[in-house]
Design a protein around this ligand. Structure first.
Ligand code: EPZ
Length: 422
């Protein structure tokens, strides 16, 4: 297992290119199951979850080609699918495997996908995905830890999600495009990954209106075809680097990003005293010019402040003057990084879903353990500002969603290295 060794206290300065969004690329790859023709996807990040999705598609006998290293481009052709199954071995390493359920049952009338189970940030059931597929006419059995879905052809209907779910919206959208007749999806997630997926599906021949609003209307078609699509930039990676610039008292220019997707994050960082300027052409400059001040934040569905930025914001709050109150409203157990930050000297108290961070406190390097993807990012940020050396264990979590984070950070002046353990 690899570790990161970070020597904190360096000011970051320079340019960082933001990669494609992992959480947009995963549903796009799953959507390739909807057609026998080739789909070409650009701006795919080279991260572990993408490799897992590629393995899953290859397991189903899709032709998956990624000519470049790192593979910013993928070609996927799902012509000769034979194993219509997402096995536990792959699903347990990546919950987003559930995204294959909708496209598989829509195109082949059958799918067998392992239930993901809980994970370190909460129970994370997929009941809403299953209920919505049942409303589209699928017969579903949950047996031996697998969801088995069957349908001659899915039938359009009206589905109201009782709770907003990002991958739930994506899964059902990718099923509805091949259903017979009209499907209306209500209370949909608004995350930018949804309109990106809808754009890809539309290029494949789907008829979709309203993606990016709470109500999506789909006119089912009988067949989809191949196309080419470029994945949107990763707003969470961009947000993480905005915090990296601010927390180290540095100046970074982020390129290839989409400032329009970062509204709540930029607003909150500005409230903390961070100087941020969107300079056009997908670039954002972040500069530490003022002292950091505390701010309160509640994680919310998009366009609110993303839960995937909560750990990074907590790292920033340890360096801000005053008490920052952070309320996590999306996942029930997403504070595992807090106890690790406390071991570095942070002053944090947790009461249910409320974390109170009093700052600024000097952080001191310590051995810490990453518990999930974004928690790892929060610990890296804390390590960048800590005295002496921070060792972060289990960085495979960060490899799931950040493309070459240590190389990108080193290129702008951080002292961070990956240490491989035998
Ligand atoms: C997506 O997860 C992202 N993953 C997560 O990113 C992100 O944290 C999350 O959305 C929230 O923004 C991908 O896009 C691959 P949800 P998802 O369904 O879709 C409950 C990262 O670090 N719920 O919107 O699984 C659920 O438990 C990851 O990149 C049900 O109760 O999240 C949660 O409390 C982590 N039943 C809430 O809804 C369901 O059937 C929102 O979850 C589905 C969800």
């Amino acid at each position: 297992m690899d570790q990161f060794k970070i020597q904190g206290g360096r000011r970051l300065e320079g340019t960082v290119r933001i990669s494609g969004a992992k959480n947009a690329a995963l549903p796009a790859m799953a959507a390739c199951l909807l057609t026998a023709e080739t789909v070409r996807l650009h701006n795919i990040p080279h991260v572990r979850d993408i490799i897992t999705m590629a393995k899953l598609l290859a397991h189903m006998r899709c032709n998956v080609g990624s000519p470049d290293i790192p593979p910013s481009e993928f070609t996927i052709q799902a012509q000769n699918i034979s194993h219509i199954e997402a096995p536990y071995e792959l699903v347990k390493t990546m919950r987003a495997s559930i995204l294959t359920l909708g496209p598989l049952v829509a195109r082949f009338g059958y799918a067998r996908v392992s239930l993901p189970g809980g994970c370190s940030i909460g129970a994370r059931p997929v009941d809403l995905h299953i209920q919505a597929l049942e409303k589209l006419g699928a017969k579903i059995a949950v047996d031996h830890g697998y969801v088995e879905a069957r349908a001659d052809r899915l039938r359009g209907t009206t589905i109201h999600f009782p709770k907003i779910t990002v991958t739930g919206t994506e899964n059902i959208l990718t099923a509805a495009v091949l259903a017979e007749g009209e499907t209306i999806l209500e209370n949909c997630a608004l995350e930018p990954e949804i309109p990106d997926l809808a754009e890809l599906l539309t290029k494949m021949g789907a008829k979709i209106e309203g993606a990016g609003t709470p109500m999506i209307r789909v006119q089912g078609v009988s067949e989809l075809h191949g196309t080419t699509h470029t994945i949107i930039p990763d707003r969470i990676e961009a947000g993480t680097f905005l915090v990296a610039g601010a927390i180290t008292g540095g100046e970074l220019l982020l390129t290839s990003c989409e400032p329009g997707h970062l509204g709540a994050i930029i607003e909150k960082l500005r409230e903390c005293g961070v100087w941020i300027k969107c300079e056009g052409n997908g670039t954002i400059r972040v500069k530490a010019v003022n002292k950091l001040v505390a701010a309160d934040v509640a994680t919310l569905e998009y366009p609110g402040f993303a839960t995937d930025m909560q750990a990074q914001f907590m790292a920033l709050a340890t360096q801000a003057h005053g008490v920052s109150h952070i309320r996590e409203t999306i996942f029930e157990n997403r504070y595992l990084h807090a106890s690790e930050m406390m071991r570095m000297g942070a002053n944090i108290s947790i009461d249910g879903n409320l974390a109170s961070v009093t700052g600024p406190t000097p952080l001191s390097g310590a051995p810490v353990t990453a518990s999930d993807l974004r928690a790892s990012a929060g610990l890296v940020l804390a390590g960048l500002v800590a005295n002496n050396t921070t060792w972060i264990d289990r960085v495979y979590h960060i490899d799931r969603g950040y493309e070459q984070i240590e190389n990108k950070l080193r290129a702008v002046g951080a002292s961070i290295e990956r240490v491989s353990q035998a």
